[in-house]
Design a binder for this molecule. Structure first.
Ligand SMILES: [Zn+2]
Length: 383
């Protein structure tokens, strides 16, 4: 069964201006755990003492999910993660020749020595620790470097190799696609006698993060990274709700996640990240299950499947109809039925005229206003 790693608290805090206080981190982790997320990446303890404290608190909270800490390939970062009691540690280090030369002033072999020493050290400190090694910018690094470093990491004790599309470079169906990359990597590792779990971490720079992650899943990735609202560096990463729904509805993955908890989670994260959920955001956006055009509404009220490929009740939501200049008679009828109000065809027509006029001013009529409009139209028949 594919595992989900949520990194709202680590990658998500790499969104400019986003920081969650310790008690908010705990509230977010509570919901992630209730939903059934397998791994909660809680932060990089080296960054600030507050993040260290939050990782420490989350690791001791008794969640069903494993609590993960991020670490550079340095013993002092590993010590901090261990001090926090993290059950999972993600160690990253580049193996791209140019970056090694220009940024780290190292050659590949000394980089691999550093990775191996740190992983061996971490595993010796705690044999139960799950260790993930990420060759940063995996997909744009020389493939042979990735294989060499991954094999060495696994031999040193790494359980997971994460394939990071750090710049959102991959595109399904092209020469650079996640499916082929992961299939090729699994083959190369197997030829050396290694079968680590494979994780995928996909950035959304070109809007393809989810498509790439699902491509990786089809190739056998066992862990997929995501975050609430896709928060993360630049354009962020895979959105958690979209990933969970795609796995369930498109790939029939039965992981028993409590999807009805997604909306409260998104509302919480949105509030404390200071970033509103866009109205048209899939699954959790205000308009995600709202029909507007009269033609759509007419068909959708008969049977929502005509204009919905996702059942809103999966996430504890209901289908809705917006009342504005695009509405038709069936939109008004639906709304009055919802309110339990009686009407005649003539009244429906009169209300619709008003709704269209209001809609052209650039707003919708909500149920509260609709009640007033019904009263007005009853008393003011059209001449
Ligand atoms: Zn990332």
């Amino acid at each position: 069964m594919v595992k989900i790693l949520d990194t709202t608290l680590r990658e998500g805090e790499q969104t400019p201006g986003v920081y969650f206080d310790g008690h908010i981190k705990l509230a977010i982790a509570d919901l992630l755990d209730e939903i059934g997320i397998d791994i909660i990446e809680a932060g990089h303890p080296m960054v600030t003492p507050e993040i260290h404290e939050a990782v420490y608190q989350l690791a001791r909270h008794g969640y069903r999910a494993k609590i993960a800490a991020h670490a550079r390939s340095l013993q002092r970062d590993v010590d901090l993660a261990l001090e926090c009691g993290a059950q999972f540690i993600g160690i990253f280090y580049s193996v791209a020749s140019e970056r090694l030369g220009q940024v780290f002033r190292k050659d590949l072999n000394s980089a691999i020595d550093q990775i191996v020493n740190v992983i061996r050290y971490a595993k010796n400190q705690n044999p139960d620790l799950l260790i993930r090694y990420t060759p940063e910018d995996t997909v744009r690094s020389p493939f042979e470097n990735v294989v060499q470093a991954s094999c060495a990491a696994v031999e040193a004790g790494a359980d997971i190799i994460s394939v990071a599309d750090t710049t959102g470079f991959m595109a399904p169906g092209t020469e650079h696609n996640m499916y082929d990359f992961i299939a090729r990597l699994k083959d190369a590792l197997a030829q050396s006698g290694h079968q680590p779990m494979i994780a995928v971490h996909c950035h959304n720079d070109r809007g393809l993060a989810l498509a790439n992650a699902l491509d990786g899943y089809r190739a056998g990735a066992e862990i997929i990274d995501a975050s609430v609202l896709g928060l993360g560096e630049r354009a962020g990463i895979v959105d958690l709700a979209q990933l969970l729904l795609a796995l369930k509805e498109v790939f029939q993955v039965q992981n028993n996640c409590r999807l009805e908890k997604l909306l409260p989670l998104y509302q919480l994260v949105s509030q404390y990240a200071g970033l509103p959920i866009p109205d048209n955001f899939p699954i959790v956006g205000q308009n995600a299950f709202t029909h507007c055009a009269g033609v759509h509404t007419h068909a959708a009220v008969q049977n929502p499947v005509h204009y919905q490929s996702l059942d809103p009740s999966l996430v504890g939501r209901n289908m809705s109809v917006a009342l504005d200049h695009m509405s038709g008679i069936s939109s008004v009828q639906w709304a009055l039925d919802q309110l339990g109000l009686e009407y005649t065809t003539d009244l429906l027509k009169r209300i619709l005229i008003h709704i269209k006029q209001i809609g052209q001013k650039g707003r919708t009529v909500d149920f509260h206003e609709l009640k007033h409009l019904v009263e007005w139209c009853k008393k003011h028949p059209l001449k």
